[in-house]
Ligand binder design. Structure first.
Ligand code: ATP
Length: 296
């Protein structure tokens, strides 16, 4: 493993992600987790002799802060495979023809390390110029072409885990059926999912969960507080927990020596939050419409 880490570090483009997280750290997203769980042994020798082809990859798109990157980190321990993060920005940092050699080097390295998971984070950032308007002399088109051809032809067990926030930047060829095994859309969390996410983050603080009315908190983080169709994203729920902890701490240092995180802190801090879902409502409605036709 150490040798593999060395090889990856030398490329300067790939990053080895050492994560101890597992799928229980992701609240909700049950369809995605089931899909991943079902494939957890598909890279093993016994799967091959059973006639199974190694899964090619998936594309995860959706609302920011709802667990796409988190899931990428968790799948590595769930599948017991190394996770390499490909930084598309770094691919394009070279001068002249080196973007193309960078992508080839990244893909060759992933193959050498395989079986592994290649996490292409915010894939749209690197590829948005590849459908014509890039103005980069065709570099992004060629990089994209190399990536697509590789994805089509690869035989080594490299699972591509691509994440994207903005599907408008993605060339249609990438979204075509068959390129990825599946395209998932990650939406804002439902009431039950918000409850679970809050439970995960409060538990991390080593507080007694029985002191908190999670059902009430889940409701407070949604339509009840913010109005129709507006709920907090996973990252916002995490930030709400952190804010409430600071609130409790400030009560403690301001004289209430027995103060600890309580429902009262959550009820105070929620009033300071302006949900992303409220600020970018129209954008998310469009995204959801796209997802209805194109993703799971
Ligand atoms: P972005 O595209 O902005 O990076 P993302 O969808 O990849 O967004 P993450 O980076 O996975 O979002 O989420 C940020 C943080 O929010 C996570 O590290 C995690 O702590 C928390 N979080 C988000 N979604 C969930 C979830 N479903 N369960 C538990 N925690 C979550």
């Amino acid at each position: 493993l150490n040798e593999k880490k060395q090889i990856i570090r030398k490329t300067g483009i790939l990053e080895f992600i050492d994560s101890k997280l597992n799928l229980q750290d992701v609240g909700g997203l049950s369809t995605l987790k089931k899909w991943l769980d079902l494939r957890s042994h598909c890279f093993e020798k016994k799967a091959k002799s059973f006639g199974i082809l190694p899964p090619k990859g998936l594309l995860l798109t959706g609302v920011p802060g709802c667990g796409k990157s988190l899931t990428a980190k968790c799948v590595s321990s769930a599948w017991n495979m190394p996770l390499l993060r490909l930084d598309m920005g770094k691919i394009f940092q070279g001068i002249g023809g080196s973007s193309e050699s960078n992508i080839r080097l990244a893909l060759k390295t992933a193959e050498a390390i395989s079986p592994c998971i290649l996490w292409i984070d915010e894939i749209e950032k690197g590829l948005s110029g590849s459908n014509g308007g890039g103005g980069d002399g065709g570099t992004s088109t060629r990089v994209f072409g190399t990536l697509l051809t590789w994805m089509q032809e690869k035989t080594s067990p490299v699972f591509v885990f691509a994440t994207a926030n903005n599907i408008n930047g993605l060339p249609p060829e990438l979204l075509r059926k068959g390129r990825f095994d599946e395209i998932f859309f990650v939406d804002f969390p439902s009431l039950e999912e918000r409850r679970k996410i809050l439970e995960i983050h409060i538990s991390k603080l080593k507080r007694d969960l029985s002191n908190f009315d999670l059902d009430k908190l889940a409701k407070l983080s949604g339509e009840e507080k913010f109005g129709k169709d507006v709920v907090l994203a996973g990252a916002e729920l995490e930030a709400w927990v952190a804010d409430s902890l600071i609130e409790a701490f400030s009560r403690k240092i301001n004289g209430d020596s027995n103060a600890d995180l309580s429902m009262q802190d959550f009820e105070t801090t929620i009033n300071r939050l302006v949900p992303m879902g409220q600020m970018r409502k129209d954008e998310f409605i469009k995204l959801r419409q796209w997802a209805n036709d194109n993703a799971v």
